[in-house]
Design a protein. Sequence first.
Length: 227
Amino acid sequence: MVEPPLTDAAPGPALGPSRARVLELLRTADGPLTAHRVAQRTELHINTARFHLDGLVEAGLAQRSVEATNRPGRPRMVYRAVSPDASVGPRSYRLLATMLSTLIGKALPEPREAAIAAGREWGRYLAKRPAPFEHVDAEDGIRRLADVLAEAGFAPGEVSGADSRVLPLRHCPFQEVARTHGDVVCSLHLGLMRGILAETGAPVVAQRLEPFVEPSLCLAHFAETSE
């Protein structure tokens, strides 16, 4: 089994070494710095220093303001780092998902059925319910399902087939965990689809989910039921 990383990839903008050095200087400085002072301390050209400072401002990592001074002449622009939000920092959701999937797979007597049941409940919760007395046929039910899956990041494609319909899912937002704990994760997704369809009242059921028929493609199979 491939071990998950302890932390997820950083959600913020990636910084090159020079820009990261400028940001670190702003964060450790006693007060706001001019572009000229930043260039001196980092040994960058003044235009390069301004380029990185402006990039940090655009990324929301630094602030630009006019220097408060009583000296005559044109006031200078100064820069300071934005105090990092306490909510910003490393995340370990992939590790958490792996740990919980392992727990379900090992601790529950029927992990697949438990995952389907949990997914079904969440599917009913996430479904966009039809209006009172609104009739939803099989085609509309799958379309409503696809809308919810699209919002969740599954990138559904066009449905193929008539009586036995197939919905391609071109991206799995949990693929790293699903590849090693498919019995739990894919069962959860199957239950999710069943719950959504049940809540719409559409005469169609999600029969099975065929995972990773291609590196970035899963197939959801549906069948119509009696009205």
